[in-house]
Design a protein around this ligand. Sequence first.
Ligand code: TYM
Length: 333
Amino acid sequence: MMKRIFSGIKPTGHLTLGNYLGALRRWVEADQHQADALFSVVDLHALTVDHDPARVRRLSRQAATLMLAAGLDPALCTVFVQSHVDEHARLSYILECTATDGELRRMIQYKEKSVRARAAGQSVRLSLLTYPVLMAADILAYGADEVPVGEDQTQHVELTRDLAVRFNQRYGHTFRIPRATQPPVAARVMDLQDPTSKMGKSHESGAGIIYLLDEADVVRKKIMRAVTDSGQDVEYHPGSRPGVANLLEILSACTGRNPKELAGVYESYGALKKDTAEAVLELLRPIRERHAELVADPGHVDEVLRKGAGRAREMARPTVDAAYRAIGLLPAG
Ligand code: TYM
């Protein structure tokens, strides 16, 4: 059987340069060409934190449109919306009966997000705790071998492996064991205003975040105002000089040149920022142009998603049925 790849983006905010460099770009350039690949707008995951229904709907459509604009080709891969395929939720429950409360409470994202929600006086939804199990279901339902993600998702893929191994040991071989793959650079693009934390779509202030649909002037301004470090020389030291290292990694991802080598080219932060801004704009321009075309043709996007969901359902069904039988549920007639 051909190699399977699964990955997803959750519509909790506008897509960022981090999403593109950490994940989407590789799906387009490599993954869809070398495997039976599925890419999903994982909308059920967007309901784990306070949400506005109309906004989630809008962002789901926008994420799908951007995935196509970036170059995912429905002739090569399957693009779909998670909630259109029941198998995800169906398998998630079975995996909840495989996971433990303790291992979910140890997830870094749960710890960080639940602390943040409580600090803001919000309650923490139960689904925030169980979310990595749904993510495991997303991956295992399709028998994915590889899961191309940014660094922040590797712990969830590790959990997915643990659950798959445990299930197979207890109930017989059912799931393929997946592994996370990461890009060689920019696996963790940092916030331009706070280079010690990840550039994330749902941060309150957008000043340190490049959104794929930001206007050119906005992108320039954000990069020119990026927080750099107190030194003068342009050096690549992610530990002690995170701001400059982040810019070098972004420039490296755009140009294909090594970040250390790039550091040697620049004598000032200003020049580095200027070139980084132009390189990012160059990278995003075709995506923005294609996005504008696709927005003018929503019927096309709907059709891609409809066909994608049909294909995805067919692929997931046999594995999820097998898991239901293996765990002891009586087959329906
Ligand atoms: P999400 O929606 O937060 O991010 C989508 C992808 O973008 C990557 N990413 C980054 N990479 C580098 N630097 C950054 N600053 C950055 N920010 C985000 C993420 O690592 C991810 O690959 N739980 C997932 C969505 C998901 C999923 C799945 C992924 C649900 N089910 C199954 C893979 C397989 C998430 O919240 O990604």
